[in-house]
Design a protein around this ligand. Structure first.
Ligand code: GLA
Length: 727
């Protein structure tokens, strides 16, 4: 479809809602999809349809009727609790008088157009009996087919009301069967997928960890309709809650065989009090829907993320050398000077100083002490960070630093100075996670403290160019001294406090690159990526494991946001490790000074190559071609938007006899009419090129026949670059 016409049609439809005599119909449209809401005779707002756009907009008013069933209220667009719906609610309220019923009726709606791609539909609902108003928001990114949906609840009653549940969104889908792909994990085992058919009843994906909310299970998921979707086939919805704390996603196959998805903040231990005239705005639930498979859905999500969500999603990223695995806590100024020289020698953009640089009374020499005392350790760094930044600048390398500002060790000055800032139960024994506790970000004084840690680092060291923001503990014994009797607000106010700090940091330092880290991938979500340029997928940098972890993350997050470091984990050759780390934002965490000369030269050349191909990886479309869960190999292709350049990564993931790619790998996303020259790149010196090196094929050939990377035990990692040639 002509994209201008498509946008014009969408906007015209959005601005002229279709009103039938007894019902209001609100079609919320993107380039390929429609969410159709309509009112029933009583003015309740129901979902009539969710799926591919219809050719004739005049058909939208009747979509609900086609699915009509015995209990329409099951299709509520935002199910209220305690009145006529007995299904899992999206919203539950205890009113000022103690009554717990809620009924929501349509009042009005409107659509504003932000630009020729983004529009916002707001729908106001009110309880006819109680003075509670709910507004539903649908922000549509038309070209990307992405919707962000959230709600706002206003208390117009004379006394306090309590929000017992307050979801962001309540979707309704209809199909013969529903297939959920969800993830679980733990430290070094992030993003382990499981795919199952949803049965009747409710499946809940949630977390109660407070911080690093997705350590055991992230808030991303996908649901396929009728059969599990493949890369290029099938109907699939990707969803995620944009929230860095406790989330909850209920997936209910109801008595009418409809799938109801209710997603938002977890209401576990979190009834939220609203005073008169107070408003509660939920975070967004973001989703995209594709009828052409998982690959398409992921590419839509990536485009949206780069253009609208991740900080500097179309900008640059810095390659780096991190010192964590070379030194852990055991370094001094001389060691770091050596590593900075190493960074220069390697040819990376930045040196990243990790944990261990702070704390004096309680020096941070291991992970038992020092968190909270953010002054340079005088014996390790007598001349401070400043001297290191200067040293790096002289070497033409930028300097970045690790912080974990939300945390405190009981062995720290901060802990003794501000016991009231620490999250812990006053009368219970403390329980630690990695020997540390969490600071109470619900408290504005703590927010100021955390903000000032970062701000002073930048003020004292104007050359500071990068932050790694870590978060290594969950919240046990949740209790905020500051919140006094309002303890049930803690989990929500913690995350809001965190976002408040990050808002202030971003207001002053809008584009400084910041990595979202959490002892591995325990903290990546689109709420946090609103403030960060990249995330740390896992402490597990064994490249074989990373192929699988990065594969799953790649459905939801674009490669530009994936910080991948070459380390000494695993048993793969250096080339393999570098190739895997290139599929994202490349970094190193190895003792450069100990590299044999040939390896160092190889790394230097790899960085040069990476600088040439990174635009395709960061901004291109990703195609997952050979699935490592099913075959001996993994193949992942990145193609730039003009289809003139592509990079294909291939890896052996099975070490059994004769394992390898038995068939050619068919490429995707190329221009069938153009000719592509293939070059095998990033070869270790002396390793012969494979049979495809130098060959020229048409895009048509490459997509129908494919090419043979010759992946086997002696060529366990093969990178092929493709460029169009004239003619
Ligand atoms: C976490 C991070 C690591 C490193 C250590 C430092 O575990 O994931 O990369 O920064 O903390 O203590």
């Amino acid at each position: 479809m002509n994209s201008y016409l498509c946008r014009a049609t969408i906007i015209a439809l959005l601005l002229s809602p279709l009103a039938a005599a007894t019902q209001t119909t609100i079609p919320i449209l993107s380039a390929h999809n429609a969410v159709v809401l309509h009112t029933d005779a009583a003015g309740r707002l129901l979902t009539g349809y969710m799926g591919e756009r219809l050719a004739d907009a005049k058909d939208y008013p009747q979509t609900g009727a086609s699915y009509r069933n015995s209990d329409d209220i099951l299709s509520s667009a935002y199910t209220p609790a305690g009145s006529t719906s007995l299904a899992e609610p999206a919203i539950a309220i205890t009113h000022a008088d103690g009554n717990r019923s809620l009924d929501l009726r349509y009042v009005s709606h409107s659509t504003s157009v932000e630009n020729n791609n983004v529009s916002l539909t707001t729908i106001t609902l009110k309880d006819p009996v109680y003075a509670v108003e709910v507004t539903l928001f649908y922000k549509v990114y038309a070209d990307e087919d992405v919707v962000e949906q959230w709600s706002r609840i206003v208390n117009h009653e004379k006394g306090n009301i309590v929000l017992d549940k307050y979801a962001s969104a309540n979707l309704c889908l209809r199909a013969g069967s529903y297939w959920l792909r969800q993830y679980h994990g733990d430290w070094a085992k992030e993003m382990q997928p499981e795919e199952t058919r949803l049965t009747h009843g409710i499946k809940t994906i949630d977390t109660k960890l407070g911080t690093r909310a997705d350590l055991f299970g992230p808030s991303v998921f996908m649901v396929s309709l009728d059969k599990p979707a493949c890369e290029d086939e099938g109907t699939v919805l990707y969803g995620s809650v944009e929230w860095s704390g406790n989330f909850r996603i209920d997936l209910e196959v109801d008595p009418n065989d409809q799938l109801r998805i209710i997603a938002g903040i977890n209401n576990y231990a979190s009834p939220y009090v609203l005073s008169p005239n107070e408003t509660f705005t939920t975070p967004a639930f973001v989703y995209t829907f594709s009828s052409t498979g998982k690959g398409d859905a992921s590419r839509r999500m990536h485009r949206w993320a780069r253009d609208y969500k991740i900080v500097d999603g179309r900008g640059n990223r810095l390659t780096l050398l991190n010192n964590w695995e070379s030194t852990y806590f055991g370094f001094n100024e001389d060691t770091l000077r050596g590593l900075i020289k190493g960074a220069k020698n390697l040819g990376v953009d930045l040196f990243l100083l990790d944990d261990g640089w702070f704390g004096n009374k309680y020096p941070r020499n291991d992970d038992h002490a020092g968190l909270g005392d953010w002054q340079e350790n005088r014996s390790k760094l007598p001349n401070g960070i400043k001297a290191l930044v200067k040293e790096a600048q002289q070497d033409g390398v930028k300097f970045g630093i690790w912080v974990e500002p939300e945390m405190v060790n009981p062995r720290s000055e901060l802990y003794f100075r501000h016991p009231d800032w620490v999250v812990k139960q006053p009368a219970r024994e403390e329980k630690y996670f990695r020997n540390q506790l969490v600071l109470d970000l619900a408290n504005p004084a703590v927010q100021d403290f955390v903000y000032n840690i970062i701000d002073s680092l930048f003020i004292k060291n104007p050359g500071l160019a990068y932050l790694k923001w870590d978060c290594n503990a969950v919240i046990y014994n949740a209790y905020s001294t500051y919140l006094k009797a309002r303890q049930s607000q803690f989990y929500v106010d913690y995350v809001r406090g965190l976002y408040h700090v990050l808002d202030r940091i971003r207001a002053k330092y809008p584009t400084v690159p910041m990595m979202l880290c959490s002892g591995g991938g325990g903290r990546v979500d689109y709420g946090a990526l609103n403030y960060f340029t990249e995330y740390w997928p896992s402490d597990n940098t064994d490249p074989l494991e990373r192929i699988f972890i990065q594969w799953e993350y790649s459905y939801f997050y674009p490669a530009i946001a994936s910080a991948n470091h070459v380390t000494n984990w695993g048993h793969q050759p250096l080339k393999f490790r570098i190739d895997v780390a290139m599929m994202g934002k490349l970094g190193f965490d190895i003792p450069v000074g100990k590299l044999p000369a040939a390896d160092l030269a190889y790394c230097q050349d790899a960085l040069k190559l990476y600088n040439a191909i990174k635009p395709v990886i960061w901004q291109g479309d990703v195609f997952r071609l050979t699935d490592p869960y099913k075959y001996d190999c993994a193949s992942i292709l990145y193609v730039d938007s003009t289809r003139s350049s592509a990079v294909l990564f291939n890896y052996l993931v099975n070490n059994r006899y004769d394992a390898g790619n038995k068939l050619p790998v068919k490429l995707k996303g190329l221009d069938p009419a153009r000719q592509y020259r293939v070059q095998e790149v990033n070869r270790y010196p002396g390793a012969p090129a494979g049979r495809e090196d130098g060959k020229v094929y048409s895009g048509d050939y490459l997509m129908k026949i494919g090419l043979d990377p010759q992946v086997h035990a002696d060529r366990s990692s093969v990178v092929l670059q493709l460029k169009t040639i004239p003619g």
